[in-house]
Design a binder for this molecule. Structure first.
Ligand SMILES: [Zn+2]
Length: 326
């Protein structure tokens, strides 16, 4: 028994020696390579994190710092219908990124201290949280979120420049067929915000709009806006209308006073400043074409271009004249 045990022990030692050799010769170098590979990946990730931009967003009464690209998903979700074509959503992502960087580099949101941007669409840029998206989209939430994440990720870091500087971005829902020169709306000449044709927008639900008011309401609203106005009767209260080339009203004379089309748009909450007026009996009806201020990219026009096979680059360089995407 003793001899047998001793013989087995020798065999075991040889076997163990082979295992140790295999471990040292094969497995250890492999593990070392794996560890090195892992370390390299971590370094790469660290570099990526360093390069990632953050934005201070004023939301729900406080300022939150969030990764720019993550913030942009919420902006695209809030600013453009998710049912639009992917190339249109990609154009929107680049426009929103450019708008945000311009804000960050030019003093941030003037209404909220410490914020680069706020989520008030009337002041800075609209934004939706993922919970709001889930409520808003219902059953389509998963599909739409993935679509918008794709639009943002596939254009990651891309910004619109004019002569080496990021541009001031404007966009609107529907131009009514032709966008507007910036100076006709915001009294600032910007060479990349000039009037261009925008075809195929008729599918947009608010391409045409209508607002009807009684003469009594018309008179009281205009008097509230301009107390010195003198409106006598429905037939003679509206005088000369002058239009821009795009069709939008440049000026209109009412009760002996001149107003801009934008002012009248505001007083009567019209969809756009591109309107005609019909007077029938005691009723004054504004018929509008398009939706929004008309400057820069038309979102419904972008969708129409994408349906026709245009890329987001085609869309952006159509609506923002002379820009580069970098
Ligand atoms: Zn703001």
């Amino acid at each position: 028994m003793i001899r047998r045990r001793r013989r087995l022990s020798v065999e075991s030692i040889v076997f163990l020696a082979i295992i140790v050799f295999v471990l040292l010769a094969v497995i250890y170098p492999a593990v070392t390579v794996l560890i090195r590979h892992e370390q390299k990946s971590l370094e790469e990730i660290e570099i990526e994190i360093e390069q990632e931009k953050y934005v201070n967003v004023y939301i729900d009464g406080g300022v939150i710092e969030m990764p720019l690209e993550e913030y942009l998903v919420g902006v695209v979700a809030a600013e453009m219908p998710a049912s639009y074509e992917l190339e249109a959503l990609k154009a929107q992502a680049v426009a929103a990124r450019t708008y945000t960087l311009y804000k960050m580099n030019n003093g941030g949101c003037a209404a909220h201290e410490g914020a680069d941007i706020c989520t008030d669409s009337g002041h800075c840029q609209a934004y939706m949280t993922e919970e709001e998206m889930a409520d808003f989209w219902g059953d389509d939430a998963g599909l739409y979120l993935e679509k918008i994440q794709t639009a943002v990720a596939s254009t990651s870091g891309e910004v619109l420049y004019y002569k080496g500087e990021e541009i001031q971005v404007f966009y609107h829902a529907c131009s009514g067929g032709q966008t507007e020169n910036c100076e006709n709306v915001y009294s600032q000449v910007l060479p990349y915000l000039v009037s261009v044709q925008s075809e195929g927008e008729e599918a947009y639900s608010n391409f045409y709009g209508e607002v009807a008011v009684s003469f009594k309401d018309f008179k009281s609203k205009m008097e509230a806006y301009s107390p010195s106005i003198d409106i006598d009767d429905v037939a003679s209260c509206i005088e000369e209308i002058v239009r821009y080339e795009s069709g939008r009203v440049e000026s209109i004379e009412i009760g002996g006073e001149a107003f801009t089309g934008r002012e009248i748009r505001g007083v009567f909450s019209l969809n756009s400043a591109n309107f005609t007026i019909d007077i029938s009996g005691d009723t004054i009806t504004f018929n509008t074409v398009g939706y929004g201020h008309g400057v820069g990219m038309s979102q419904s026009g972008a969708n129409a271009m994408a349906k026709g096979g245009a890329s987001y680059v085609d869309i952006l360089t159509h609506y923002y004249t002379g820009v580069t995407i970098e």
